[in-house]
Design a protein around this ligand. Structure first.
Ligand code: B12
Length: 217
């Protein structure tokens, strides 16, 4: 294994093992060796979290380990984000994003936000555990063209429908495109609840958002 691949695999391993203290040092090393931030994120950091999920599902790890991995992922995202944003093109519209009420999973939502920002889109990130009322209020006050909602739990997915229904009641639905995502979602579910689009990953989210913003500008 060459030096670069070895450095990248160490990052993946450190996230899986939840060794957040060594993440900055490992990332700096990989970047010094010339690794692209986007490649580190897409090919090593995100797959590390997928592996964490697999191990949790097989009862090989438990919540405390999962939390350590999430902490390591956050430490890595803080370093990678400014580097990805350097590729910024001109802003083309605003995108309100958040994880739905009752759901504290924010890693995937943060990655989507980072990638959108890196593609010149103004993002208003409401964080996690966001109520339908807050989503609707924030879309109104920012005049956002897209609302993105994330859910990682089957028990919180239905919050998306509540938000869409509230947007309809508030007369906002015609002005905003609604995009949904998160591991348990499907295209069919997104159609069923009346969303405009579903994206299975951050790359697709960026592609769809750019096309919406280009067509509505
Ligand atoms: C890390 C993690 C946690 C961390 C979260 C830390 C954090 N700050 O986010 C902690 C430890 C806190 C946690 C807690 C819990 N978790 Co958890 N968690 C995970 C885990 C391992 C990884 C999630 C993750 O970060 N994935 C990596 C990211 C990059 O992927 P992603 O989120 O899917 O995002 C991508 C796409 O989905 C998409 N996307 C995501 N959001 C959006 C939004 C938009 C708008 C778009 C367009 C696209 C998009 O783009 C992203 C990037 O490509 C998953 C397992 C899994 N396989 O998903 C379980 C998992 C989601 N958790 C689960 C459970 C059960 C829980 C708990 C209920 C456990 C408990 N008993 O307490 C609690 C719930 C707490 C709460 N109320 O939210 C279950 C859910 C099962 C279900 N059917 O609902 C899973 C699937 C594990 C399992 N296999 O059982 N968890």
């Amino acid at each position: 294994m060459n030096e670069v691949t070895d450095a990248l695999n160490q990052i993946k391993e450190a996230i899986i093992e939840g060794k957040y203290e060594i993440i900055p040092q490992l990332l700096e090393g990989a970047l010094k060796l010339g690794s692209e931030p986007k490649l580190i994120l897409n090919e090593y950091m995100i797959p590390a979290m997928t592996e964490v999920g697999n191990r949790f599902e097989k009862h090989q790890i438990f919540i405390p380990e999962m939390m350590m991995s999430a902490k390591a992922m956050h430490a890595g995202l803080q370093i990678v984000e400014p580097l990805l944003s350097k590729a910024e093109i001109e802003p083309s519209g605003s995108f309100v994003i958040g994880t739905v009420k009752g759901d504290f999973h924010d890693i995937g939502k943060n990655i989507v936000a980072i990638m959108l920002r890196g593609n010149g889109i103004k993002v208003i990130d409401l964080g996690s555990d966001v109520s339908a009322e807050t989503f609707v209020e924030q879309v109104k006050s920012h005049g956002a063209k897209i609302l993105g909602m994330s859910a990682l739990l089957t028990t919180t997915m239905m919050q998306m429908e509540h938000t869409i229904q509230l947007a309809i009641r508030e007369g906002l639905r015609e002005n905003v495109k609604i995009m949904v995502g998160g591991a348990p979602l499907t295209e069919g579910f997104s159609k069923k609840i009346g969303a405009d689009c579903y994206a299975p990953n951050a790359g697709a989210a960026v592609r769809i958002a750019r096309s919406i913003l280009t067509n509505t500008n």
